[in-house]
Design a protein around this ligand. Structure first.
Ligand SMILES: N[C@@H](Cc1c[nH]cn1)C(=O)NCC(=O)O
Length: 435
């Protein structure tokens, strides 16, 4: 019988990964493509700052709300099918945004962008799980999450240039058209597993779906993963997506150029943590929650020093802040890894969906909480003071407090129900009923 050589197998695996990763980076690009177009958007749609913020909020809300259905869809229909839908929906959303000429039409288009984006990451994680040997999965998943953030870099300077050069419609439409190339690559090269183009689960009734979700949720590892994902990435997200630039310019008085450079450094730092954290998590799975707790501690302490610094924080301290904040996104990948080893293969995507709700809910709460505190402390004006920003950014401690309590709680439970040997062997699943 003809057998494929190991070299061919490895080549196919990396091809599938590169296609999946590129599609995820494209989704991150679309997600972030509004960050540099704020001023243009307020002029085009005649909207206020809070209406502008509603685009980001709506996108996050749609993203978070879709995670569990998307996870179930990936387990049922496979990554190839759901990813195809994702590319079509996100590209239609971005094309709609290119032509939108009213606030309501633009909101509708952002809903589609959020929906398509929501369908992407879980598919790619699932592909990594079915194409790579188990021991490589933590590292490749880390690299996927982190390299995908390069899409945000493409959405910064190149998008600013495209908007200035070609105008709103053509700049956004070009982004949307990249989807056609992505779709072509996906249909040509992407298969759900080495053996099958489509890896589909069995059809389930509504009652079965609820039972499957309940089974995932009953695993303490799923809950631990959710709280790790809740506690770690929101600080990276809120800096990169909305509040980083105004905080650095208004509260810390750095120039716009330095602020942009610091935010680009944030994305690069995210990418840099990947190999180290992936290696650490793969090597020491028992210490995954400890790693997450140490990172949350480092985030809280560094933010504390910056916020309590009398006057403007010096630039080296702000660079340190960015480098530490950059660890939040990569640390969140630990949550997916805990969920992966706590659930059987046929439920991994729905467990990932549950995990992903954590980080995006925390990001939404943080973005909202900061906006509310800023508005309360500077009523009736958009000129936020450094004092207002310091209090506003402190909202993060509330979320870290809740997250740390929950991580400690579920890590205790999981440690009482599993052994180091079991977890080192790749499973943190507990027997149903034991938790
Ligand atoms: N926290 C991110 C992944 C990440 C890795 N490094 C920086 N961010 C995450 O959960 N991603 C899901 C998504 O759809 O982007």
């Amino acid at each position: 019988m003809y057998r494929r050589s190991p070299g061919t197998e490895t080549g196919r695996r990396y091809l599938v990964w590169i296609v999946g990763l590129s599609i995820y980076a494209l989704a991150v690009f679309h997600r972030s493509s509004l960050a540099v177009a704020g001023l243009a958007a307020t002029e085009r749609f005649h909207i206020s700052a809070s209406q502008l913020a509603s685009f980001t909020m709506l996108q996050l809300l749609v993203y978070a709300a879709m995670q569990i259905p998307v996870g179930l869809m990936v387990d049922r229909f496979g990554s190839r099918t759901v990813l195809t839908a994702a590319v079509v929906v996100v590209s239609l959303g971005q094309a709609g945004f290119a032509f939108a000429d009213s606030y309501v039409a633009a909101l509708g288009a952002r809903v589609l962008v959020g929906a398509g984006d929501a369908m992407t990451f879980i598919c790619v994680l699932r592909l990594v799980g079915s194409w790579f040997p188990r021991r490589q999965v933590p590292l490749v998943s880390q690299l996927t999450g982190n390299l995908g953030q390069l899409g945000a870099i493409a959405a910064a300077a190149p998008m600013t240039w495209a908007l200035g050069q070609f105008g709103w419609t053509r700049a956004y439409l070009t982004g949307a058209l990249v989807g056609v190339v992505a779709l072509l690559a996906l249909r040509l090269f992407l298969r759900d597993s080495p053996e099958q183009a489509h890896l589909r689960g069995v059809p389930m009734s509504a009652r079965d779906l609820v039972a499957s979700l309940a089974a995932s949720w009953s695993q303490p590892g799923t809950k631990l993963g959710l709280w790790v994902h809740f506690s770690t990435p929101f600080t990276t997200g809120l800096m990169g997506m909305l509040w980083g630039y105004p905080f650095l310019v208004t509260a810390e008085h750095v120039s716009p150029g330095v602020a942009s450079a610091l935010l680009s450094l944030l994305v690069l730092t995210c990418v840099g943590y990947g190999p180290f954290l992936g290696w650490l998590v793969g090597r020491h799975p028992w210490h995954r929650s400890t790693t997450a707790l140490i990172i949350v501690g480092a985030l809280a302490v560094t933010w504390g020093v910056v916020l309590l610094w009398p006057g403007d924080a010096p630039l080296p301290l702000l660079i340190l802040l960015i480098i530490v904040v950059g660890s939040g996104g990569p640390a969140s990948m630990i949550g997916f890894d805990v969920a992966r080893t706590s659930n059987p293969d046929h439920r991994v995507a729905s467990a990932s969906g549950i995990i992903n709700v954590g980080g995006f809910t925390a990001s939404l709460l943080a973005v909202l909480g900061i906006g509310v505190v800023l508005d309360v402390l500077t009523p009736g004006s958009g000129d936020y003071t450094p004092h207002a920003f310091r209090w506003a950014m402190s909202v993060q401690y509330l979320l870290w407090g809740i997250g740390v309590i929950q991580i400690v709680r579920y890590r205790r439970r999981i440690r009482s129900l599993t052994t180091r040997e079991q977890v080192a062997g790749g499973s943190s699943m507990v027997i149903p009923g034991a938790s």
